[in-house]
Design a protein around this ligand. Structure first.
Ligand code: SAM
Ligand code: SF4
Length: 332
């Protein structure tokens, strides 16, 4: 089968299964060919992510150390003051990030908190950084407020397949997630949407998860593929370690299904070898979170380690101008 670069949102399960099940070398070859057609394969986009409100979340996501239901070793923190957020953002810019992401452990934001986050967004933008926030579920009015504040991206993950979702989270439904994604699209905010591998899902469920991502009305502009970070105290702490080849296979399939999206390595990267990250980049990953802060309260490689890895691979990070050009040419 010849690699495709068309932006399709009507994929069938069997078609994706055929791609996912290809011999790995064929899959990698196809994915890399499509990747090269759409992106410079030696450049990655880098974002810095901080937690602006940590822990005490009422939701029950089984992977997450921030749920109030599990006994985990995290420091609960109220919404950070603006000055602290801006000092993190300034450092992120100095360290070469093009996007500053702010995450909050909420089911959904309250009006007074959203107003504070909107102020953070407009102030961070003044530093010349793109902004992304992840705050839980949103109404249409809330997405419009965020748009007015100048928000570029909103992260809202589907996390897994529709038929496995209730094994992972019971306090909201898949449809709730889809509704927020639809509100974001109506407000014309770019979408960052992906999920987590290694939560006990089957291969068929990983394929259904990819289908749920690529068959939305438009492909998410950014697709984070997380490797579960197994955190002590969460229900998934003792789950079997996930097969790294299967992870790479998922990245390659995501690249083929969503040829113009940025495919992001996010949580769990700390547990990936340099060689594995290199293979993920070859398979089509072209975006990473870096920074000194923990990633959603789980470890992340240091900026120095990331810089050394990119240097060893002969790769560089996008600067803001080139990134904007690439984003414009990738609009669905
Ligand atoms: N509360 C908001 C929500 O759930 O959308 C935003 C914050 S939540 C921490 C953002 C994402 O972090 C989740 O959707 C999940 O994909 C990822 N995440 C959290 N804990 C993780 C873990 N232990 N391993 C991998 N990914 C994780
Ligand atoms: Fe709360 Fe988000 Fe963690 Fe779920 S993933 S428990 S919603 S912070």
């Amino acid at each position: 089968m010849a690699p495709t670069t068309a932006l399709r949102t009507d994929w069938e399960f069997e078609e994706v299964q055929k791609i996912y099940d290809l011999p790995l070398m064929d899959l990698l070859y196809q994915a890399h060919t499509v990747h090269r057609t759409n992106f410079d394969p030696n450049t990655v986009q880098t974002s810095t992510l901080i937690s602006i409100k940590t822990g005490a979340c009422p939701e029950d996501c089984k992977y997450c150390p921030q749920s109030a239901r599990y006994q985990t070793n995290i420091e609960i923190e109220k919404l950070l003051p603006l000055e602290k957020v801006l000092s993190y953002a300034t450092r992120a810019k100095e360290n070469g990030a093009t996007r500053f992401c702010m995450g909050a452990a909420w089911r959904n934001p309250k009006a007074k908190d959203l107003a504070k986050v909107c102020e953070m967004i407009s102030e961070v933008k003044k530093l010349g950084l793109q902004t992304c926030v992840t705050l839980g579920m949103l109404t249409l009015e809330q997405t419009e407020e965020l748009k007015k504040a100048g928000l570029d991206y909103y992260n809202h993950n589907l996390d897994t397949s529709p038929d496995y979702y209730s094994e992972i989270t019971t306090t909201r439904s898949y449809q709730d997630r889809l509704d927020t994604l639809s509100n974001l699209r109506k407000a014309q905010i770019k979408v960052c949407c992906g999920g987590i591998l290694g939560m006990g899902e089957s291969r068929a469920q990983r394929i259904s998860f990819l289908l749920a991502l690529c068959n939305q009305e438009a492909h998410p502009e950014s697709v984070p593929i997380n490797l579960l970070a197994r955190v002590t105290g969460t229900p998934l702490e003792n789950i079997e370690d996930f097969d790294r080849i299967e992870f790479i296979r998922t990245i390659a399939t995501a690249r083929l299904l969503m040829p113009k999206s940025f495919v992001r390595l996010s949580a769990g990267r700390y547990n990936m070898s340099d060689e594995m990250q290199a293979l993920c980049f070859f398979a089509g990953a072209n975006s990473i979170h870096h920074g000194e802060e923990k990633l959603f309260i789980t470890d992340n490689p240091s900026i120095r380690e990331d810089q050394q890895l990119l240097q060893r691979l002969g790769m560089i990070s996008y600067d803001q101008v080139t990134l904007s050009e690439v984003e414009c040419s990738s609009q669905n």
